[in-house]
Design a protein around this ligand. Sequence first.
Ligand code: HEM
Length: 485
Amino acid sequence: MVLYLIISVITIIITAIMLYQRWWTSNIPPGPKPRFLLGNIHELKPHWTHSFSEWSQTYGPIISVWFGTQLSVVVSNADLARQVLKDNDHQLCNRERVAKMTQSGTDLVWSDYNPHYVKLRKLCTLELFSLKSIESFRSLREMEARSMVESVYKDVMIDSTDDQTRKPVVVRKYLAAVVLNTISKLMIGKQFSDEEGKEFKEIVHKEHFLSGSGSLLDVIWWLKWVSKWLVSDKDFLAHMDRRTKWFRGAIMVEEDVAVEDHEGFVRKLLVLKEKKELSEETVHGLIWNMFTAGSDTTAVVLEWAMAEMIRYPTVQEKAQQELDAVVGSERLMTESDIPKLPYLQCVVKEALRLHPSTPTMLPHKASETVWLGGYKVPKGTTVYVHVKEIGRDPVNWINPEEFRPERFLLEDTDVKGRDFRVLPFGSGRRVCPAAQLSMNLMALVMGNLLQCFSEIPGLLCVMKTPVEALASPRAATRVIPLNMG
Ligand code: HEM
């Protein structure tokens, strides 16, 4: 009798779970068939986005992908992006915290949408990314761009003065440095020493490794022990310790003195921390967010733009002709020239369309069940907007794979979140708060480089290997030698 009762209860429980599961997954978007417990991870390519693209070709612009037992929905057209980032923004603006590093969510990037987030976002918008603040740091960006051009010039000329024997320069090095220096001056009023910069890069690299090795396994509950084995708590704590040490040395120096000494955003944060409005963890997290979210993203798009101009030399020539006509050869371009350089602005937009640095944005999470494109997206689902695919959708773009900035001359397309055909910065509540700042910086850096150097066409530009360009000082530009004394 007891055995009969136990079997009946177990059967009822299992049936209830199965019915709930069936109800939960009914009407979800189509996608590759998931395997028991594994989901689709056995079919994922190392670059997940490549698999997302292939599956979208087969199953349509909205697909379900299972990471173990965690459902993700990926959308890949402009209409669905609007449904995610505008019509259902409120229900879909939480974050899926993908890696161990992001678990606390006390920072801005990985926080859910809650009062804490709103407070931080407001602070950043007002104090760091407002038009007034961006304008007040303009000369600083121009100084950084100028010193980048000077160091390229020095390195190019150091070996040889003629094109035949000159060695190529690795563009990435200069782009990464100019972006990091600009952000650090914005944040702490000074740039890092070589040692601090090197340590920062190593920490970020390690962080990518640690989160990369754990993230997939972290979402599969029965494989979590593998993740723990790959990245033990000890490794993780040692990494966080190293990060905090770097922080103290490079950013906070002596935290008590810092409030008095630092200029820039960090100073404002420290004042708020003193008033106990922000915790130490939040202050650290926010500063770390700005350095990590800002540096690689901007440098990567710039590097792609330079690579595309090596591939399409006529684009480079056109941009240089515009710079010659508007700015001339007696001075370097400044940010106030940007409105008079429509073609250069189009080059930046085209680079962002084809090569958005975060191809699926950052993952959002459904706080409620919503319906997208007629399909159910249950509460708890991770939502990705495949902006790289959207920017290449032949429905909206003629010859989408071609780097043709002219397409943006025909109509004034917004790329900062208002036009859903091109969303490199996302859109809605979680849109990148630094979109304007990045656009200014990219136009400035690109304009300065184009004004001063030409690349010899035909060089290697496969992005697995950094772009190497044989930079040749332009005869028409007299600016650098004049300023280098
Ligand atoms: C070309 C350069 C950049 C691109 C393409 C880019 C793109 C993005 C994207 C796609 C998101 C996620 C949007 C979403 O999830 O809905 C984002 C978020 C963010 N970005 Fe950027 N970004 C760039 C530069 C920067 C810079 C320079 C900074 C800071 C100095 C920055 C700070 C942030 C922050 C703090 C967030 C999180 C916003 C939030 O969750 O509320 N980004 N960015």
